[in-house]
Design a binder for this molecule. Sequence first.
Ligand code: SAM
Ligand code: SF4
Length: 326
Amino acid sequence: MPLDRFGRNINYLRISLTDKCNLRCVYCMPEDMTFRPRAELLQDDEIYRLVHIFTELGFHKFRLTGGEPTVRANFVEIVRRIAGTPGVRTVAMTTNGLLLDKLARPLVEAGLQRVNISIDTLNPEKFKKLTRWGNVEDVWRGIHAAEEAGLGIKLNAVVVRGYNDSEDVVDLARLTLYQPWQVRFIEMMPFGDVADFQQAGVVPEEELRATISAALGPLTMENGGRLDGEARLFRLEEGLGTLGFISSVTQPFCAGCSRARLTADGRLRLCLLRENEVDLMEPLRNGASDEELQKLITDGIWWKPWGHGLARNVVPKNRVMSEIGG
Ligand code: SAM
Ligand code: SF4
C-alpha cells in the first residue's frame, strides 16, 4: 500500500473523467470556461490501465467525478469496467444529479455503489443563480431516481455568503429530520482566477452550526467526533439522517488524508489545494511499462504535501475545481 513520508496510507483515488460540465456553478468555474480538447483527456483504455495499476499498488476505493462525470461518453461502460477490475472494492461518484434520472439504474447494474449529489439550495431562483442556469427540479428527480435504484446517497452543499448562507442552509438541514441521508455542508475553497470571490464568500462551519441550531434545535456530535471521510457528523434531535461539515478551510483534516486524485488530463494530483502533480499521461502515451508507471505513482505519493497553505494565503492557481474534481 503506498505510504507518504508522513506515514499516511494512500488508498483512495478520485478520478476526474472530464473537465466539462452541463452547469457553471459560480464557486467552481468562470462562466466562459474553456474546456480541453478530447484528445488531451485520458481515453477509456488509458483509464482502465491506470485503475489496474493503482489497484496493484493497493488502492481499493475509487470515486468518479469531474467536471460532471455523467456527461462523459460511454460513462456506464466506464463504471462497469472500473467496478469489475480485481482489487476494486468501492466505486462511488460525485455528480450534480441532472442526468441521474435516466442513469441511476444502469449505473447500479454496472456496479456503482454510492453517490454524492450536489444541491446547494432548495430554492429554484437561488439554485439558478448559483449554477448559472440549473433547474433544481432536475436534481430532485435525480435524487429520487438514485434512491429508487438503491444507491447510497449523500447530499453536498457548498455554502456561499450572500447566496445560500441563511434559510437555504436551514432548509437543507431540515431534510435530515425525515430522510436518512447525510447532508454535508462544504466550506468554499479558493482556486485559480475565482479565488478572490471564493475567499470573500467562505462561511465557516461554526457559523453554519449556529444558524442551524438557532432554527432547528441542538446538534449532537456523532461518531465520537471522528471524521466520516472528510466530514464531521452531527444529528438533530430525532433526525433520521445526519449533518456533515467539510471544513477544509477553517478545520483541515490533512492528518487523516488517504486520497490522491487523477485529473482528466492524466496528472496525479497529490493534494487538492496544492499545485504538486505528477504527469502520468506523457509516459503512458510514450510506452512506459506498468512498473515504470507504478514507480512514478509511489514516488509521487511519497512526496504528498502535508496540508494546504491557505492560512498563509497560498492558493492553488494552476487549475480550477472543475479540472480536479473535488
Ligand atoms: N459536477 C459534480 C458535482 O458538482 O457534484 C462533480 C464535480 S464538483 C467539482 C465536486 C464537488 O466539489 C461538488 O460537491 C461541488 O459542489 C464541490 N465544489 C466545487 N467548487 C468548490 C469550491 N470552490 N470549494 C468547495 N467545494 C467545491
Ligand atoms: Fe459543474 Fe460540479 Fe463544478 Fe457545478 S460544481 S460547475 S456541477 S463541476
